[in-house]
Design a protein around this ligand. Structure first.
Ligand SMILES: NC(=O)c1ccc[n+]([C@@H]2O[C@H](COP(=O)([O-])OP(=O)(O)OC[C@H]3O[C@@H](n4cnc5c(N)ncnc54)[C@H](OP(=O)(O)O)[C@@H]3O)[C@@H](O)[C@H]2O)c1
Length: 234
């Protein structure tokens, strides 16, 4: 396929759905992935009914075998992947639970989805990006993971996003000079199932910086953290 291919995790709703729409509107062939087949296919139908070029592929990001299978699907189907949006995420911390009472199981579960899965996806898909000498990876992080503004509560989520930011930095350093850019974003407080009804932003506003980074020309920023298209501290 000559068209650029973008993979979005957790694309069935919220920010992931808005990023999928945004990338398809920019001319990408979007592989919208989700762990629930029905929800993912429904989201995909919504976008294709808008005339957008989107296909569904099942992916539970906590299942390494499904990540490997996704790589084979991309290799066989297109021979390429240009963009990876690591968007799927969970927020399991109960309100006001102090870190001293946070269950290690909660931290493990959160790290598995929010940190290890994006890394595993990079491990599988970066070699495919290297084959055609370019790629854009966007890790959907959070201001709650900023070490420069670290505060109490939501320990598992905060740790998972701070560690995801470390993945961004490490990978960006190791990929320097390859034309594969790796960045983190904070989407802001977004009205989704995770953000809740009182959040300030629409999913489209939350998706904007991810779409922007995914579509930047060569020699753009890498190894940075962004909100509203501006760099923010780690
Ligand atoms: N909303 C905010 O205010 C906010 C702020 C900062 C950062 N973020 C980040 O933005 C990203 C998207 O969040 P959102 O607000 O759009 O939340 P959301 O509406 O709750 O969507 C989360 C998405 O992640 C998917 N997901 C969770 N575990 C998964 C797994 N194991 N495999 C595959 N998909 C999985 C969900 O799938 P299911 O539908 O199957 O559950 C869903 O598609 C997350 O990384 C979140 O941490 C959000």
């Amino acid at each position: 396929m000559s068209k650029k291919v973008a993979v979005v995790t957790g694309g069935n709703k919220g920010i992931g759905l808005a990023v999928s729409r945004g990338l398809a509107e920019k001319g990408f062939h979007v592989v919208l992935t989700s762990r629930n087949v029905q929800n993912g296919e429904k989201a995909c139908r919504t976008l294709t009914s808008e005339g957008l070029d989107v296909v569904f592929h099942k992916l539970d990001v906590t299942q390494p075998a499904e990540i490997k299978e996704l790589r084979h699907f991309l290799e066989k189907g297109y021979g390429r992947v240009d963009v990876l949006i690591n968007n799927a995420g969970i927020f399991k911390d109960a309100k006001e639970t102090p870190v001293l009472h946070t269950k290690i199981e909660t931290i493990e579960e959160t790290l598995k989805t929010n940190t290890f899965a994006p890394l595993l996806l990079c491990q599988e898909l970066v070699p495919l990006m290297k084959k055609h000498g370019s790629g854009r990876i966007v890790n959907v992080s959070s201001g709650l993971g900023q070490l420069s503004d670290m505060q109490g509560h939501y320990a598992a989520y905060r740790m998972s996003k701070a560690a995801l930011n470390a993945v961004t930095r490490i990978l960006a350093c190791e990929l320097a000079g390859t034309n594969i850019a790796v960045n983190s974003i904070c989407p802001g407080w977004v009205k989704t199932d995770m953000g809740g009804p009182d959040a300030e932003r629409t999913p489209e506003e939350g998706a904007d910086t991810a779409v922007w980074l995914a579509t930047l020309p060569d020699r753009g920023p890498t190894g940075k953290f962004f909100r509203d298209r501006s760099e923010i501290p780690w």
